[in-house]
Design a binder for this molecule. Structure first.
Ligand SMILES: [Fe+2]
Ligand SMILES: [Fe+2]
Length: 495
């Protein structure tokens, strides 16, 4: 279906549509289905806006169980997960992607990023070809599209934005005129080193922008599967730190074992087939100034021993996926490799454990899961207006729009590898990150974004950094409905 057909069809049914809502429908994997959902919701003669379409998505998905008392009761525990075998596939892992340690790594890395995201931009704009910057410079006055990686961005004295982008042929000075307020706002949200396309025309020295295009993800339905299984998500335990909330974590494990909870909570535990852990498993050693005084376990191997013991207690029918974070004892530059055998030898022996890199992409019972600890969150908070550690899910949406988990080079460290493994090649169904220590959830274009909080009380360092932690909260995705249920171990535990 093309735009005209959609507008005609809607018109014939008594609907009008705004241009950005139309765009959203056209980007949908299944435009007819999305239109159907609109018909269900709206009465005749309604003007359909983008907000209406997006709001509908949100309303369908999120369900949070309010904090409730966790009571020990003897309830028959019959985990569904025991009847169903785990189905875990690794779609993308960065552990073995290595550079040569030479200068050419950098140029290859950016070239690969440009190529991968450039292709996404071309697919997105399929009915209208992009012109190379070199060619564009010869076609003055014509309206066309160019694409490139952002090298520079600044505001001019007259309130315009000047953005320098580079493709594989040349660089262009893109002017975002101050007269176009909407576009100016969009330009303000761009970050260095992300790959964008720009529509506009070449005047003498400048490319005058009329539209900015990010690769983004297509609109899709929230993924659901037939089996009534749950995916529980945690991160940032910081085992070894004095502020690791041991008792609460114990209670979480007892809940997974079916030993703790009221009827409703035990029924939810029965569904849990997967537990995914998004990094900062242990607190590490020498990670921030003054950390020594805050450690209960001062040996890194002993920290991982304590972590291993917890994982060994998780019932066998639950498959556990583990990625590292910046506190873990692997290199801190992104991408981070999976935990090596030296640190967690016994986990390598367990059939129900998968170790993966940060970021990595897996499928759990056909649910495509992107996992990333979130090392780049600080870059987003520092460089993008409106971003904060209180709302990690919102930052995750910004990553999806850019199809990249860590666009800025020169902020938090990145290891250049021949293939840029930080590009979001596949559109996930679920995206999990940690790092912020704050539970936040958002559904963006059908992708469930979850920031899975922490098990550490706030450290004085974090208080100083302006963080707000929400320890002991566990989101569980019910894969059959695509809904999020949340278990609270925060207010329910008396100490
Ligand atoms: Fe953390
Ligand atoms: Fe972290």
């Amino acid at each position: 279906m093309n735009g005209k057909e959609v507008v005609e069809k809607l018109k014939s049914m008594g609907f009008f549509i705004s241009p950005d809502a139309l765009k959203l429908i056209l980007e949908n994997e299944n435009p007819e289905e999305l239109m159907h959902r609109v018909f269900e919701k709206a009465g005749e003669g309604v003007f359909i806006t983008r907000e209406m379409l997006e709001e509908k998505e949100k309303a369908e998905v999120k369900e949070v169980i309010e904090p409730r008392e966790v009571i020990v009761e003897r309830i028959d525990f019959k985990p569904i997960g025991k009847e169903v075998e785990a189905d875990v596939k690794i779609i993308m892992d960065n552990t073995d992607k290595k550079g040569k340690g030479k200068l050419e790594d950098f140029s290859n890395y950016f070239k690969n990023r440009y190529e991968k995201i450039g292709k996404m931009l071309e697919r997105r704009e399929s009915n209208n070809h992009m012109t190379s910057i070199q060619q564009a410079k010869k076609k003055k006055g014509e309206t066309l599209k160019i694409k490139g990686i952002i090298l520079e961005k600044r505001e001019t004295k007259n309130g315009h934005y000047l953005i320098v982008i580079e493709d594989d042929t040349d660089t262009a000075n893109v002017l975002v005129p101050s007269s176009n307020k909407q576009l100016l706002e969009e330009a303000g949200k761009l970050m260095l080193d992300e790959v964008i396309a720009v529509e506009g025309r070449m005047s003498s020295e400048l490319f005058i922008a009329s539209r900015i295009i990010q690769p983004d993800i297509p609109v899709k339905q929230v993924k659901t599967i037939e089996e009534d299984l749950g995916i529980a998500m945690i991160s940032d335990m910081h085992i070894g730190n004095k502020l690791f909330l041991k008792e609460k974590f114990e209670k979480f494990i007892e809940w997974l074992e079916g030993k703790r909870g009221d009827e409703k909570q035990v029924r939810l535990a029965e569904k849990v087939k997967y537990l995914t852990i998004a990094g900062d498993l242990v607190d590490g050693i020498g990670i921030y100034p003054g950390q020594e005084e805050e450690l209960e376990i001062t040996d890194i191997f002993e920290q991982y021993e304590a972590f291993t013991q917890y994982i060994e207690r998780i019932p066998e029918h639950i498959h556990v996926v583990i990625i590292p974070g910046n506190h873990d004892a692997v290199k801190t530059a992104d991408p981070q490799p999976r935990l090596p055998k030296e640190l967690v030898p016994r986990l390598y022996e367990l059939d129900n454990v998968t170790l993966a890199s940060s970021p990595s992409m897996l499928s759990l019972h056909e649910v495509k899961l992107l996992m990333y600890h979130g090392t780049s969150f600080a870059d987003f908070v520092g460089n993008l207006q409106g971003m904060s550690f209180d709302n990690g899910a919102r930052i995750m949406v910004e990553m999806l729009k850019r199809r990249h988990v860590h666009p800025l080079y020169g902020g938090r460290p990145i290891t250049p590898t021949p293939e840029d493994g930080l590009v979001i090649d596949h559109v996930p169904d679920v995206f999990q990150a940690g790092e912020t220590h704050n539970n936040t959830y958002q559904v963006y274009r059908g992708v469930i974004c979850i920031n899975s909080g922490t098990w550490q009380q706030m450290t004085p360092y974090q208080v100083k950094q302006g963080h707000k932690a929400t320890p002991g909260i566990v989101p569980v995705i019910e894969a059959r409905t695509g809904r999020i249920k949340v278990m609270h171990f925060d207010k329910t535990v008396s100490e």
